[in-house]
Design a protein around this ligand. Structure first.
Ligand code: GLN
Length: 542
């Protein structure tokens, strides 16, 4: 039977609740316990797939094709596990199940209510994570902040879980902000006291308080919190800003929190093995060299919109002891008559990011032309592959009007077109080609060399594909199709053999990267970028 750690947030959002809970998961993993994460999101969308990345950040995709909140990405990276759709529970999903059950007549005439029907469904979905993964610990994070109307059913469900599962099998962890105010930067505990009071009003007394603070918290401040919030002193954990998010588990360990959690949950007292984690953090905080990689995208105003790509780049630098600096470039900018050289002339590598819709497309084409002609290492991801094909079709194959059906449904030369299986789909939610699909890698290609394998599975999220009518022409002109679906119908990867490093994939390799296992395509890009930077140490703007 799994134990449960429930994570709630207090005072304000965006204080790193996801990182805090993923870090607790890492403490358990370092002791050899298996951990299954679950994120409970109070929004009514059935999943995050229909949400705008500007507002909500990246849509994370699981191997089984669920479109989820980006926090699952943190969990996968910190815990080195693959989540499934079970790990994402939304109000929309819960209500859909309840309403479907009501229509089937499952409730046998009962009046269907938030308590017990909705809360029972939430508990069932949470327990299913434990049952199906067989994990020692289920780590359940409730989205939003205590006090939000919409998260109440989730909080009520976790309150009930203590009774159902027993005190020793459940732990409530509250992540809160300790602000500083006034001219002397006085540390204030009142907002934390208030949010704990709000939690208590709904029947939950936190067992642990993770206190996010910019400055060290003196022991008297921790004592005050312990006294007012009714927890022992060692349950008031200081959580200061770290040099890298991956340092947080080590900081918690140093504060004795790993031991506290295992004791509190009645788990075996094991020595943690932090060696791998310490080594990767060392490389991150004491890099020996650095490279700059540009990410060209259309949602760069929200740094979270490409979260997994940014993290995958950080991971890729670790084995090389290299810091990877990211230069964000909004693709619209490249459409404003700005010479791509002024934005990209001094970077060591370029990523063209995934995206939807026509805005910023011409800017990406400008960037790609420059990258192709100037030999800057390039990795194209999903839309990035489609753009590389369009640019090549226009500027190398001479098909002036080459485009994608997505941007111009009436165009003559749709070198990227909707996949046949997608042609008649009208609903937008959960209907793309989603999750893991296999890809065969052609012999003698960069893709095959980087992956070191003949067949790979990668996660997908797209509707459009390279149009097979143009495949021969692209090939004749020097673009290599290096990865194809096993039935040869879909182009999965392309590359340019006469370029130092030019590779693109229809998949989303960023979701599979881990700090301890950087993804081969990102590793390849960073290695090529390092080679470029040592060949041209000050590749100044030409
Ligand atoms: N818009 C493109 C498609 O649907 C690319 C999607 C993406 O980049 N994830 O095929």
């Amino acid at each position: 039977m799994a134990k449960y750690v429930f994570v709630t947030g207090g005072v304000v959002s965006s204080i790193g609740k996801g990182i805090a809970s993923a870090s607790v998961g890492r403490l358990l993993r370092n002791r050899g316990f298996s951990v299954a994460p679950v994120k409970l999101d109070p929004y009514i969308n059935v999943d995050a797939g229909t949400m705008n990345p500007f507002q909500h950040g990246e849509v994370f995709v699981t191997t089984d094709g669920a479109e989820t909140d980006l926090d699952l990405g943190h969990y996968e990276r910190f815990l080195d596990v693959n989540c499934s759709s079970l790990s994402s529970i939304t109000t929309g999903k819960v209500y859909r199940n309840v309403i479907e059950a009501e229509r089937r007549g499952d409730y046998l005439g009962a009046t269907v209510q938030v308590i017990p029907h909705v809360t029972n469904e939430i508990k069932r979905l949470m327990r299913r994570v434990g049952d199906e993964t067989g994990a020692d610990v289920v780590l359940a994070e409730i989205g939003g902040t205590v006090g939000d109307i919409e998260s109440l059913p989730f909080l009520e469900a976790i309150r009930q879980m203590r009774n159902d599962e027993g005190r020793d099998n459940t732990m409530y962890m509250h992540v809160t902000l300790i602000p500083q105010v006034g001219p002397w930067g006085e540390i204030k505990t009142k907002p934390t006291q208030h949010s704990v009071t709000a939690l208590r009003q709904i029947g939950i007394s936190p067992d642990v308080l993770i206190c996010r603070s910019d400055v060290p918290m003196p022991v008297d401040v921790r004592e005050k919190i312990a006294l007012f919030c009714d927890v022992p002193l060692d349950a008031v954990v200081e959580s200061r800003n770290a040099r890298t998010i991956y340092e947080v588990p080590l900081m918690y360990e140093a504060a004795g929190f790993g031991r506290f959690v295992t004791e509190r949950l009645g788990l075996e007292n094991r020595e943690p093995n932090n060696t791998e984690w310490q080594a990767l953090v060392k490389s991150l905080v004491e890099p020996e060299k650095s490279v700059t990689i540009a990410i060209v995208g259309k949602y760069t105003a929200n740094g979270d919109a490409y979260k997994s790509i940014a993290e995958a780049l950080v991971h890729a630098g670790i084995p090389q002891n290299a810091a990877v600096n990211i230069r964000w470039i909004e693709s619209d900018q490249l459409e404003q008559d700005i010479d791509p050289r002024t934005l990209l002339g001094d970077v060591h590598g370029v990523i063209i990011a995934p995206g939807f819709g026509g805005r910023g497309i011409e800017g990406k084409i400008e960037a790609l032309r420059y990258v192709r002609e100037s030999g800057i290492p390039f990795l194209g991801i999903c839309l990035g592959l489609q753009m590389a094909v369009i640019e090549f079709a226009r500027n190398v194959c001479g098909i002036e009007g080459a485009t994608s059906q997505e941007f111009d449904p009436g165009a003559k030369d749709q070198v990227v077109a909707v996949m046949p299986d997608q042609a008649n789909i009208e609903d937008k939610g959960g209907t793309m080609r989603l999750g893991n699909y296999p890809c065969n890698l052609e012999p003698g290609t960069l893709a095959r060399r980087l992956y070191g394998s003949t067949r790979v599975d990668e996660r997908h999220r797209h509707r459009y594909e390279v149009n097979n009518d143009y495949r021969e022409l692209l090939k004749e002109q020097g673009m290599r199709v290096s990865g194809v679906s096993p039935d040869y119908r879909l182009v999965e990867m392309i590359e340019l053999p006469n370029h130092p490093f030019f590779i693109a994939t229809q998949a989303h390799p960023e979701f599979g990267s881990r700090p301890n296992r950087p993804h081969p395509l990102f590793r390849g890009l960073v290695e090529a970028a390092l080679a470029r930077s040592s060949a041209q140490p000050s590749a100044a703007v030409m």
